[in-house]
Design a binder for this molecule. Structure first.
Ligand SMILES: Nc1ncnc2c1ncn2[C@@H]1O[C@H](COP(=O)(O)OP(=O)(O)OP(=O)(O)O)[C@@H](O)[C@H]1O
Ligand SMILES: [Mg+2]
Length: 252
């Protein structure tokens, strides 16, 4: 039996047989303002308050203050859990991202026995990935035939993919931690993530869409993939109310 990690988000866990498979990495993708950050905060808050599980929120975008304030709007008292370290928020500025960044996140998760990790966002991480510091990477020497080369767009893209791939791979080896990777989905195109690789490497994908239905905008959620799970395949209305997210059953 696969051990499952409950999000505690109303209406969500039953779509995935009770929760995310433990130690999985889930890509949470959607366009701006769809509720991705709220999902991540709720996952950690419920973890700490209902299941006594330690959470780490890594943000490259909002400050700790801003996230705590955002959580307060839904009645989630993050300060209480920040004080006893059952939730931690790690704000890393994009200028500080280097090849040690992902390593130090994984190390922290292992050392401090973090159960729930949120990365907000993998898109920002990928855009700021340390392209030039990887020049000695073996695979690069192979493809360049040992010669020097200069082809930033193609090689840069390749390095970013490897960077993302190895981060997700490293997390896979931490058997006590379940990860949500937040990702911006391109508005159009065949890929769900901008880096075009994380959707294949991650164990699950949740896609949130914000679109106009007969003139009114509304949110919906789809579990696009979930390894080891017979997941629900319908598109569900998603509501943000004053207690957080609620996933509704499909109107048939
Ligand atoms: N109390 C509330 N009630 C209803 N809707 C809310 C409430 N608070 C925020 N929202 C909605 O949630 C959205 C923000 O959610 P969130 O920050 O999780 O989005 P996001 O997907 O992380 O966006 P981004 O890609 O810009 O980071 C707002 O645009 C607003 O529409
Ligand atoms: Mg956000």
């Amino acid at each position: 039996m696969v051990k499952r990690v409950k999000t505690g988000i109303r209406g969500f866990d039953e779509l995935v047989q009770g929760g995310f498979p433990i130690a999985s990495t889930i890509l949470l993708t959607g366009s701006p303002g769809t509720g991705k950050t709220i999902f991540g905060l709720q996952f950690l808050y419920n973890g700490a308050s209902k299941f006594n599980e330690k959470g780490l929120y890594v943000t490259f975008e909002q400050t700790e203050r801003a996230l705590v304030e955002q959580a307060k709007l839904f009645g989630w008292d993050f300060e209480k859990y920040l004080k006893n370290k059952s939730i931690q928020i790690l704000h890393i500025s994009t200028r500080e991202i280097n090849q040690e960044t992902t390593k130090s996140i994984v190390e922290k998760v292992m050392k401090e026995k973090i159960h729930r990790l949120v990365i907000d966002s993998i898109s920002t991480l990928a855009i700021n990935a340390p392209i030039y510091t990887f020049m000695t990477d073996t695979a690069l020497i192979d493809i360049s035939n040992g010669r020097s080369f200069f082809s930033p767009p193609i090689v840069g893209d390749f390095i970013v993919k490897r960077f993302i791939y190895s981060f997700i791979d490293d997390l896979r080896n931490v058997d006590h931690c379940t990860t949500i990777m937040i990702s911006e989905s391109p508005e159009k195109g065949e890929y769900l993530s901008r880096d075009t690789i994380s959707e294949f490497v991650c164990d699950g994908i949740i896609h949130i869409v914000f679109e106009s239905m007969g003139g009114e905008f509304s949110r919906s959620l789809l579990v696009r993939k979930m390894r080891h799970t017979k997941n629900d395949e319908d598109i569900h209305p998603l509501e943000i109310n004053n207690k957080g997210l609620v996933v509704h059953s499909t109107e048939k």
